[in-house]
Ligand binder design. Sequence first.
Ligand code: G4P
Length: 548
Amino acid sequence: TINESPDDATSSTVTNSAPSKNLINREVARRRTFGIISHPDAGKTTLTEKLLMFSGAIQLAGTVKARKSGRHATSDWMEIEKQRGISVASSVMQFEYRNHVVNLLDTPGHQDFSEDTYRVLTAVDSALMVIDAAKGVEEQTIKLLNVCRMRNTPIITFVNKMDRETRDPLELLDELESVLKIQCAPVTWPIGMGKNFRGVYHILNDEILLFTPGSERADQEFEVIKGIDNPRLQEMFPLEMDQLKMEVELVHGASHPFSLEDFLAGVQTPVFFGSAINNFGVREILNALLDWAPPPRERDATVRSVEPNEQPFSGFVFKIQANMDPAHRDRIAFLRVCSGRFERGMKLKHLRLNRDIKVSSVVTFMASSREQVEEAYAGDIIGLPNHGNMQIGDSFSEGEMLQFTGIPYFAPDFFRTARILNPLKIKQLQKGLQQLGEEGAVQVFKPVVSSDLVLGAVGVLQFEVVASRLKNEYGVDAVFEGTSISSARWITCDDKKMLADFERSSAGANIAFDAAGNMAYLATSGVNLKLTQERWPGVTFHATREHA
Ligand code: G4P
């Protein structure tokens, strides 16, 4: 394995003195922070549950599943709220396995909330891609994989639902390679499928894992038979073994052998076959995560790159979530620790505001509860109470002016103007939209020529969530109306005079500022955008922006 062997390290004790270098090294080496990427219905929830059961974090199958309801697209806002509550409850799940600390970050499945997912993926060190063996590569998988690719995130692939009629595994590999443009290195290979699914052959270990359906228990051991030429196998599966040997030959010839280096560079993915619902093949991917996936690595913080084992604490906010606890109207900023050690009661520097803050009641997220954080290291996610002064992308340190990069915003595809029924509530509306904008629930633009705020979203369900939250959290009844805007682009221009000319020109009437104060151009049509771009070649129109 690539890491110092943390398997035999003993758990650290909390002290209030400066953490020793050794302690930090050891804690970083045993951390794995990852997210699951998949198209809805491929089995992410089921797999999450099985992973948690392995670690003993939950005992009962159905715990995660029960929280997931209203899974499919629904336009009933009550359902959205419920769904939001659920994805919130399981936003981050920390558990221990083989003396490693695993942080599993949940990614919203519905594509209308994909912006949120993209941001979560900036906080992980690796990803687990789940593919439905009957369906192969699906639309949402492609998008999410492309986001991972922006940071060369290492990917482990799990081909799920082998207990069903599936597509030919060789064909699936081919599709993964050609559609996702990633090399596949099969680590396990399926023997049969559907009713005739017998198990998998572990190519690297030369052993066969026998499948028995319906194993809900995590401690269930599947029988292992050593060696593909073992005569017992021939006896047990006279029909399947010839086929398996032929396929393994083919796989050897046609695919790439596993290379840790290529995996870590994000160019190759090890592929495992199994059935999440039967708990089959799940232990193998968990082990792969521990043995192969990287611990926290260095991160770009604009002025320099930050190593995870540096002593001073640093981190950035990648997600803000309101009302995690319906009893308190709190907002939580999710911070990914990038270096050092976070300790309870610690003073942090909020770098955008250039101000020290003392954060109390910082929480960590266990599979089924929130707990006070005593300490946290690179790779961990901590929840800071947010009273409105934290935004997505904000960096924190013990004093050094760092700015972690890579949190993307995407130009919205859908636009609405917000109008209120009771004009006396204008202040609440503005406050609500400002906060929801900072949270990333929706993008809010303030046009220079009008007082109506323009809302932009990547998926239309976002508007419904915003409407219901405005009502419940800010007491504002707002109606959203269609606008003539068809697209938005962020504007930059190195030439100050040219930018001023642009603002004064007829195009200036289409300028607006987003919640973070960035200038944007709101185009009324594709033609309008194109013509404006042609007229102003010195001005750059960006479809994405990074938090800065
Ligand atoms: P998601 O979070 O990616 O959307 O998927 P989820 O785990 O909810 O799984 C989607 C459906 O696929 C569920 O069935 C689930 O039981 C099923 N599933 C997951 N893994 C496997 C597997 O290994 N084999 C088979 N045969 N099915 C699997 P559902 O009918 O939609 O829901 P439910 O009635 O089972 O709750």
